[in-house]
Design a protein. Structure first.
Length: 402
């Protein structure tokens, strides 16, 4: 019998396993994908995350941040946002009185760092045995899940049956666990794709994250470290565009794509050179009617999806993992991790932050992807006003960094 059985071995699920390693719990982790080698090619991963200072602190508490190769981590020292009529909103770490606004790093590097701490303890620079209170099932696919009053019962495709006091669904936006639990999903497609690719820029980025709000999409160029960019600065692009625009961008030649991105960014970083093949993923808003039931908790994308314009999706997931870990670590005399009264502490603690971020990103997306002239005036005036109001600007920046 496991105290906690986590379904999904992505960054959020494994961060929870790392965070509760000292809780005296019997933990299981089920991951469907086979183990991958830890070596990384020189090319940059096209899936890039903006990690907030709060998330970085959580990963440090988990001893996962210490496993990162800091040569592949870029501190964001400044952020510049442009409206579609020339209004500008800029933040700097110096103005906020902090060392950095966020960190940019690759998905695969982040996931490997968390796995090294959560799954494999490091001894003399090489992996040894898994942490004593954690059992890994990999690769393992789930077949059936049902709950009784005493436990959750998970049947794997190979016939093994696992029992747990608490099942944690960390298995992504199309969560199988969520479906098995019959939790109602509120899903809205934005009818957009996020097109991603990495570039070498002619001009230095100086640790700045750039973003352009445009009527036909939202373009972001995020700074990457310079250890593999001998001739220029590397940047990662995320362009949220219509399905038609996405198809157009993906069929362009390398030269034409670079020219179009450079023009859309007003040549802020000069000419661009493509480093990897572009790809696209669908954008949607997703939230659930409840994140907990008796013997069940959802975290990460299984509980919520938001528009990437604020770069906060992964940070919401780490916030979930941190809060659930705190509830389990501070459970006192309660031995049953699946007790609904215990789990509701987690749900209540996360509801306000998650709802606020879902509403804010949804409103910004609708505000800027609209050609109405009055809305155009309002959104650009709002950017300019916020940029002049230093206290308001600092408040927004601090919220994003938490």
């Amino acid at each position: 019998m496991f105290d906690v059985l986590i379904i999904g071995g992505g960054s959020v699920g494994t961060s929870l396993a790392a965070a509760i390693r000292s809780a005296g719990l019997n933990v299981g982790l089920v991951e469907s994908q086979p183990a991958k080698p830890a070596s990384f090619p020189l090319a940059w991963d096209s899936r890039i995350f903006a990690i907030s200072s709060g998330s970085a602190a959580f990963l440090q508490q988990c001893n996962a941040w210490q496993h990162l190769d800091l040569a592949r981590v870029q501190a964001v020292e400044q952020m510049c946002v442009w409206g579609d009529e020339g209004a500008v909103l800029d933040f700097s770490a110096y103005q906020m009185g902090v060392p950095e606004l966020a960190f940019i790093l690759e998905n695969r590097a982040l996931q490997e760092a968390i796995w090294q701490e959560a799954i494999w303890q490091q001894t003399i620079g090489r992996a040894s045995t898994a942490q004593s209170n954690l059992t890994l099932f990999q690769p393992a696919r789930c077949e059936h899940l049902h709950w009784t009053e005493e436990a959750a019962h998970l049947t794997l495709q190979d016939g093994r049956i696992l029992q747990a006091k608490l099942i944690v669904g960390a298995d992504g936006a199309d969560s199988w666990v969520r479906q098995q639990a019959g939790i109602v999903v509120n899903l809205t497609s934005y009818q957009q794709h996020g097109v991603v690719a990495n570039f070498m820029a002619e001009k230095p980025h100086r640790g700045t994250a750039f973003q352009w709000f445009q009527p036909d999409g939202i373009l972001a160029l995020l700074p990457l470290p310079q250890n593999n960019a001998p001739q220029g600065d590397n940047v990662s692009m995320v362009w949220s565009v219509s399905l038609q625009k996405s198809a157009h961008l993906l069929q362009l030649s390398e030269q034409a794509l670079c020219a179009e991105i450079a023009a859309a960014s007003n040549y802020k970083l000069g000419a661009l050179h493509l480093l990897n093949k572009p790809s696209a993923f669908p954008l949607r808003r997703l939230y659930v009617s409840q994140t907990v039931k008796p013997r069940l908790a959802l975290i990460g994308d299984a509980a919520h999806n938001i528009h990437p314009l604020a770069g906060q999706g992964i940070n919401l997931g780490f916030g979930d993992a941190q809060q659930l870990a705190q509830v389990l670590l501070q459970r006192g005399a309660e031995q049953d991790c699946g007790n609904i009264h215990l789990l509701r502490r987690y749900e209540r603690a996360r509801k306000e932050d998650v709802t606020a971020m879902i509403v804010a990103t949804d409103m910004l997306k609708k505000l800027f992807n609209n050609d109405h002239p009055l809305l155009r005036i309002a959104r650009n005036s709002g950017l300019a006003f916020t940029n002049r109001m230093t206290p308001l600007k600092k408040m927004l920046a601090r919220h994003a960094m938490n």
